[in-house]
Design a protein around this ligand. Structure first.
Ligand code: NAD
Length: 462
């Protein structure tokens, strides 16, 4: 046995590395095991961060190509994809190295390699055994494969390959109108690709408030996205000429074909527990491949915990981070709490979509009486000044108590604006509380204040 710890965390993504830092802050002797060769997990290495780097670069390209002229700026624009990609790599590298720095600062032991549970108090990494009082599983998720389709990360790509294309595809076919499909579809659309999205359901972005999702689809269609909804993809066959995609109506009917240069498979992610050694301690996964935990992130083995994408709940980096903090505090004897009703979701397209709390559909299903207030960015002076007038803020409040139950935004910087709603809701705000809070003028947030006024039918600028 080489070394012993109070807690060993398996996985160095947003859940795992945050848990490690918090555990070390609390005085626990902590190690974090990571097999990727870099900390930060899917999010930093092949997910949130590289995609946001490319979304930013491609938006600048799109702006310079199409929007500058209206501001009286004459620009000659050409694309250097290799430079754009090199910038993305630089962003990722600096951030992942930053976490290594944080580990050193907090005295977290970083163990490189595949971690396997080999006993209730033992983790083995590349043949070396480490003793530990507690284990935290933070192994994340992997791409869900689609029957009949082999991802080669060249012609048929997952999000990972879609972040590394070496040229702009003429025609990108995206399978799945979820977050990944629409964010990465946006990147390549802006850089010049024709983008067709095939979606199984009869709507985009399942789980998002229906009214917002409908407006989102219309906005993307205006940008040139083509949607084929209610379609089941049955195969994608690569050849030198491209990829032939076959699909048929989900409700049954004749098959159709499409030719693409690149196909992006974005039909979801699933919990990742490969070679983790769960069986060595009698743990199993549930039907969805996830590890079951109680309210304190404890598995059926009390000193083994699990957090992040590998357990139930939204597969979001910030949910995993909050669980990382909470699980460390629980192990250290504190009483942390996470409000799972208030985990915001953001889609970083243009405009952005951001949401927190309940949708109208969820409230209807639960028979909750509610009132709705809406305010369009078209009537917001900051949006008029910046020319980003698409979208709206929608606030849903309890019909009796006026407590805010859900806030849904499509519009400029929605991903930042939503946090005013998160904080207000965390403190149990009513729509009137938000409406009577002074908001600086001119800001996008004024649309939140106006939507809050609109709940009582008294918006000023509408
Ligand atoms: P998703 O669950 O968001 O969307 C997958 C879509 O694919 C759904 O609309 C689904 O109906 C559709 N689909 C499933 N099977 C299909 C089929 N056979 N044919 C056609 N369509 C099919 O999943 P995703 O976009 O792959 O993202 C994976 C996870 O990563 C999600 O949990 C997401 O929240 C997370 N993520 C979040 C962000 C963000 O927060 N901005 C960004 C990227 C990924």
């Amino acid at each position: 046995m080489s070394e012993s710890f109070d807690v060993i965390i398996i996985g160095g993504g947003p859940g795992g590395y945050v848990a490690a830092i918090r555990a070390a802050q609390l005085g626990l002797k902590t190690a974090c095991v990571e097999k990727r060769g870099a900390l930060g997990g899917t999010c930093l290495n092949v997910g949130c961060i590289p995609s946001k780097a490319l979304l930013e670069s491609s938006e600048k390209f799109e702006d310079a190509s199409h929007s500058f002229a209206a501001h009286g700026i004459d620009a000659k624009v050409s694309l250097k994809l290799d430079v754009m990609m090199a910038r993305k790599v630089d962003v990722v590298t600096k951030l992942t190295q930053g976490i290594e720095g944080l580990f050193k600062k907090n005295k977290v032991t970083y163990i490189k390699g595949l971690g396997t549970i080999t006993g209730k108090n033992e983790v083995t990494v590349e043949g070396t055994k480490y003793a530990t009082k507690n284990i935290v599983i933070a192994t994340g998720s992997e791409v869900t494969p689609l029957n009949g389709i082999t991802i080669d990360e060249k012609q048929i790509v997952s999000s990972t390959g879609a972040l590394e294309l070496t040229s702009v595809p003429k025609h990108l076919v995206v399978i799945g109108a979820g977050v990944i499909g629409l964010e990465l579809g946006s990147v390549w659309k802006r850089l010049g690709a024709k983008v067709t999205v095939l979606e199984y359901l009869d709507r985009v972005t399942p789980g998002i408030d229906n009214e917002i999702a409908k407006q989102f689809q219309k906005t993307l269609e205006k940008q040139g996205f083509e949607f084929k909804l209610g379609q089941k993809v049955t195969s994608a066959k690569p050849s030198k000429a491209g990829v032939e995609v076959t699909f048929e109506p989900a409700a049954g009917g004749a098959a159709e074909k499409l030719n693409a240069d690149v196909v992006l498979v974005a039909v979801g992610r699933r919990a990742y527990t490969d070679k983790l050694g769960l069986e060595s301690v009698g743990l199993t996964t549930n039907k969805r491949g996830q590890i079951d935990t109680n309210a304190h992130w404890q598995t059926a083995v009390p000193n083994i915990y699990a957090i992040g994408d590998v357990i139930a709940g939204p597969m979001l980096a910030h949910k995993a981070e909050d669980e990382g903090v909470a699980v460390a505090e629980w192990i250290a004897g504190q009483k942390p709490h996470i409000n799972y009703n208030l985990i915001p979701g953001v889609i970083y397209t243009h405009p952005e979509v951001a949401t927190v709390g309940k949708t109208e559909e969820e409230l209807k299903a639960a028979n909750v009486a509610y009132k709705v207030g809406k305010f369009p960015f078209m009537a917001n002076s900051r949006a008029r000044a910046t020319g980003q007038v698409e979208g709206l803020v929608k606030i849903i409040a309890d019909a009796k108590t006026d407590e805010v139950l859900g806030v849904h935004i499509i519009g400029p910087q929605a991903g930042n604006t939503i946090h005013e709603a998160c904080v207000a809701m965390e403190f149990g705000a009513s729509s009137e509380d938000i409406a009577r809070t002074c908001h600086a003028h001119p800001t996008y947030n004024e649309a939140v204040k106006e939507a809050a006024f609109a709940v009582a039918g008294r918006a000023i600028h509408m």
